[in-house]
Write a protein that binds this ligand. Structure first.
Ligand SMILES: Cc1ncc(C[n+]2csc(CCOP(=O)(O)OP(=O)(O)O)c2C)c(N)n1
Length: 197
């Protein structure tokens, strides 16, 4: 769907992250953004092909773009909070221009910078990140209004040529787990997980 869902139908970010992990079959790389996004990925299923961004907002998509270009035979998924993506909107134009067919972006839109105190983000005032992505040139950009649609969109993004962007309105539940916070260890493990070391 291209119409943004109402916020009162927000889905569980953790439940959706679990659904994503359940759909992974082929050692796909998953690059998770700062905070709740990577906390929930760690809870949903830690794996050597997961990379947990620490500190920098909005770079999961850019890192995932690099991985997708370096390993075109591997599917790559970026998970990003709406506040983080708003800080690096230019990546959408870059991804549309380079257009790696093996890249999918998933955006968790809770309308806020939740982890730093719930300050409202532009998405709460009406910025529609699916419309922004489509405008940037990522034609396969859609809202997941419910879990079944999310599953269908993710399965298609993992199988069909991308790039694709999937966004969901999510709740404000705190992140469910804490991954390792040693950046060198995380990077080395990820590189080994991708067979790059
Ligand atoms: C450049 C930069 N500015 C501010 C921060 C502080 N900060 C860390 S996480 C965060 C909010 C992230 O918001 P979002 O990506 O929407 O995720 P949420 O917390 O809502 O799950 C902020 C403001 C930071 N780490 N980097």
């Amino acid at each position: 769907m291209t119409t943004a869902p109402d916020r009162d139908t927000a889905l569980s970010r953790l439940a959706l992250t679990r659904r994503l992990v359940a759909l992974l079959r082929r050692e796909e790389a998953v690059v998770a953004g700062i905070g709740n996004t990577n906390f929930d990925l760690a809870a949903a299923g830690d794996r050597p092909q997961n990379f947990y961004m620490l500190g920098s907002m909005g770079l999961a998509a850019s890192i995932a773009l690099g991985v997708a270009l370096a390993q075109p035979a591997r599917r790559v998924v970026a998970l990003e909070g709406d506040g983080s993506l708003l800080m690096n909107l230019g990546c959408l134009a870059t991804i549309a221009t380079v257009a790696p067919p093996n890249l999918a972006l998933i955006v968790w839109d809770n309308g806020a910078y939740q982890i730093t105190g719930g300050q409202l983000a532009a998405t709460a005032a009406g910025t529609d990140l699916v419309a922004v992505a489509r405008g940037a040139g990522i034609a396969r950009s859609a809202w997941a209004h419910d879990e079944a649609t999310f599953d269908r969109l993710v399965a298609a993004a993992l199988r069909e040529p991308g790039p694709a962007l999937i966004a969901a309105r999510v709740d404000a539940a705190p992140g469910a787990a804490r991954p390792e916070r040693d950046p060198v260890l995380l990077k080395d493990r990820f590189m080994r997980g991708l067979g790059a070391r």
